[in-house]
Design a protein around this ligand. Structure first.
Ligand SMILES: Cc1ncc(COP(=O)(O)O)c(C=O)c1O
Length: 389
């Protein structure tokens, strides 16, 4: 796969490219979109082939049976994560945001507290508050450029109405891969405070050498009865438009309760999304290895250039293609930083404040694009902050 190839995504209903100007004032003609988490790479050929196969059918009716779809997931989890699961633990949703939205609606009540570790994927907060629950934030602690959880501080902050923890593993926006010990501690915390543990593991496949992602259920098997794992192929294979995700619940009682609720929402999978996921899991492994290697190269080029710019510091990514850059060393306000990035460098990253107050002076850069674009972006940033050098 040629990851260097620059694909023109303009006017393709690509949110990343076609909404950049209206959202950030950066023109896609000479600007660089480095915000929303989709890659500028073509997914594995098996995915395109599966869509061509669908097209050949001529008739596009209801999808079923889902046996081969579920088997593809079972096999993937075994091969890539040493996680042995059963097909009937799997429930399909319209993506992972939909999945945690359903879990919140199914298992918490209005005004309940849902714990999140901030900064974190901003949609956690949006869905929690949208469902009229209370997002209970626990700030991650930046220890020498690496986030750690402070469970003691979290415990001291509890108000007693918390019923769920929505956990991001690996962590977006920092790319942190949590250790088994950290995951176990999180699960034990949930046991102590009788919280349901929803583990969003959408980024679980994009992990760099030297780090190992552990599925929550494997790190804390004794907490299975309160654990829900959310996975999808959309980040792994760059098929976010497939809008297909999975809720995986091992505990029979919990799974039955989830299914009962989901039934009342009328949700069912999409033929297009499920076909794409199955094709990606069955035929995309080699592509994924190459993709991780390419992203590893991008991460090195990006970090090296960024960390040479006085006042800027990127967190070293264990996983993901979302680089979390600390601009606090510039001494500027969030608006001054953003103005230089958007107006001078003509780059649209995700503003860090989106992910929580502690992200105010950070920006998140999506580096899943051709290496030439990463190099161009770092040069633009260097020029935009050149007076600091
Ligand atoms: C942690 C996390 N969860 C969920 C999503 C979105 O999932 P989906 O597109 O399947 O709804 C993202 C996208 O960036 C994410 O980072």
């Amino acid at each position: 796969m040629d990851f260097d190839r620059v694909i023109n995504r303009l006017n393709t209903h690509s949110m990343k490219w076609d909404m950049m100007e209206s959202l950030f004032g950066v023109s896609p003609v000479d600007g660089i979109p480095m915000w929303v988490a989709d890659m500028d790479f073509a997914p594995p050929k098996s995915v395109a082939d599966s869509l061509k196969g669908l097209l050949k059918n001529e008739v596009y009716g209801y999808y079923g049976p889902d046996t081969s779809y579920k088997n593809a997931i079972v096999s993937w989890m075994e091969r890539r994560h040493n996680w042995t699961i059963e097909p009937d633990w799997i429930s399909t949703t319209h993506g992972i945001v939909n999945a945690f939205g359903l879990c919140i609606a199914a298992f918490t009540e209005k005004n309940d507290g849902v714990i999140i570790f901030t900064p974190v994927y901003h949609v956690f907060e949006l869905v929690i508050s949208g469902a009229e629950r209370r997002a209970h934030s626990s700030d991650l602690v930046n220890v020498n450029g690496r986030y750690e959880m402070d469970l003691d501080a979290l415990e001291a902050s509890l108000t007693g109405d918390e019923t769920m923890m929505l956990f991001c593993s690996p962590h977006n926006p920092s790319g942190r891969v949590w250790t088994k010990e950290e995951l176990k501690a999180v699960a034990e915390f949930c046991e102590k405070h009788d919280l349901l543990l929803v583990s969003d593991e959408i980024h679980h496949d994009l992990v760099f050498d030297g780090h190992k992602h552990t599925i929550m259920s494997l790190a804390a098997p004794e907490q299975i009865a309160r654990t829900i794992v959310l996975t999808s192929a959309s980040k792994t294979f760059n098929i976010a438009g497939s809008h297909t995700g999975n809720v995986i619940i091992q505990d029979k009682k919990l799974h039955t309760a989830y299914e009962k609720f989901a039934k009342g929402t009328g949700i069912s999978g999409s033929a297009v999304g499920m076909t794409m996921l199955e094709a990606a899991y069955n035929g995309g492994e080699e592509w994924l290895e190459e993709c991780i290697e390419y992203l590893d190269g991008n991460r090195k080029v990006f970090d090296e250039a960024i960390n040479k710019i006085p006042g800027l510091a990127s967190m070293k990514l264990d996983s993901t293609y979302l680089s979390w850059v600390d601009f606090s060393g510039t001494g500027m306000t969030k608006d001054e930083i953003l103005s230089r990035i958007q107006k001078v460098a003509k780059i649209a990253p995700s503003p860090g404040l989106q992910f929580g107050e502690s992200g105010r002076l950070f920006m998140r850069f999506n580096i899943a694009c051709s290496r030439s674009v990463v190099i161009d972006a770092t040069q633009r940033l260097k020029d935009a902050f050149s007076d600091l050098q």
